[in-house]
Design a binder for this molecule. Structure first.
Ligand SMILES: [Zn+2]
Ligand SMILES: [Zn+2]
Length: 341
């Protein structure tokens, strides 16, 4: 076991990452798990932080999508050698948000990996690092043996969020429109196809992404094509410009789920009348609760022959080249760029 961990410190937008050494904790608290990270992926929200579109305490260690191996554990049922992934939110488990509203991801004492100050949690709280300490209020799941690190890493963000977003479908749901062919949209295509939804359309500006949509059970739709009338629209484009199209495409009584607009430049061009007269249900979804991640891992395992999940993530780049990895992620050739300590 190494004595010290290596982390890549984010010091602010436009500044290069800085390699830092951190002592591993001598002793863990009850419920904590010390994990050696095997592989992490760069999420769109990490890119947003990197480019200054999203605030982060600096310095901090970014990265929240990862798989790792347990080095030591003070949690019953989790033992050294276990290959695990974990929820990106740590919750208290006692407050109304956790207990009464089933929104642990909005816990009053929420802690999010990859978004915390470097000083917190032993300095080991982000995934662009050799190690991380998983806190007592974070759910950890063993990654099935037949699931590669590459396929499993984005499950604890994009996939689990999609499973949460699509948990409640309209009573009759034969046709869906997905707005956005990023990783959320691709997972949504596969998830809905696997649920037996007959027609899953996915609209995006990018031709390579549309080609990918077809490989994941979706029907690609160019931006200049008019979508058919649908029962459900899922916004994962991250822009409010797509909302009028979604409202228009919905049948009366349809559902509109918003999951991509996670930044403030999302003012809407929308009348209340459009929602009322069509009897629409609009639901915002942000992150997820632990069971969604469990379902996500099972979904990947059961469907990895049917859908080419491994094509979504780049071959891993060394952690020491995190700046280059972020540049690569920004080019959007890959849905995810992988980083390996
Ligand atoms: Zn993410
Ligand atoms: Zn709570």
């Amino acid at each position: 076991m190494v004595e010290r961990a290596v982390v890549q410190l984010f010091r602010g937008s436009g500044q290069p990452f800085q390699l830092e050494h951190v002592d591993l904790p001598n002793e863990l608290e009850v419920g904590e798990i010390l994990v050696q990270i095997s592989l992490a992926t760069i999420c769109g929200s990490d890119l947003h932080t990197f480019t200054g579109r999203r605030d982060a305490p600096t310095p901090c260690v970014l990265g929240h999508e990862a798989v790792g191996v347990v080095l030591s554990s003070r949690r019953p049922g989790v033992v050294p050698g276990d290959r695990i992934t974990w929820t990106l939110a740590d919750a208290c488990g006692h407050c109304p948000r956790c207990i009464d509203w089933n929104l642990p991801q909005k816990c009053e004492r929420l802690f999010k990996y990859g978004h915390a100050a470097f000083a917190d949690n032993y300095g080991l709280n982000g995934c662009y690092a050799s190690h991380i300490v998983i806190r007592p209020g974070t759910a950890a799941f063993v990654v099935p043996e037949n699931l590669s690190d590459t396929v499993a890493a984005p499950a604890n963000c994009a996939l689990a969020t999609i499973i949460n977003a699509l948990e409640q479908l309209p009573k009759r749901c034969d046709r869906v429109l997905i707005q956005g062919g990023g990783l959320l949209g691709i997972y949504a295509c596969a998830w809905l196809a696997q649920q037996g939804i007959a027609e899953v359309y996915c609209v995006d500006l990018s031709a390579p992404r549309l080609a990918q949509v077809a490989r994941f059970g979706g029907i690609p739709l160019r931006i200049d094509q008019t979508p058919p009338t649908v029962d459900l629209v899922l916004e994962v484009a991250g822009t409010s410009a797509v909302i009028p199209q979604g409202i228009k495409a919905l049948r009366p009584g349809g559902h509109y789920i918003w999951a991509g607009m996670v930044h403030p430049e999302t003012a809407l061009q929308l009348t209340g009348e459009a929602v009322v007269r069509k009897c629409l249900t609009v639901r915002g979804v942000h992150n997820y609760a632990p069971p969604h991640l469990q379902v996500g891992l099972e979904f990947l395992l059961a469907n990895q022959e049917r859908f080419p999940f491994q094509q979504l993530t780049s071959p891993p780049m060394p952690l020491g080249q995190l700046d280059a990895a972020f540049k690569r992620a920004a080019q959007q050739k890959w849905q995810r760029v992988a980083v390996q300590p």
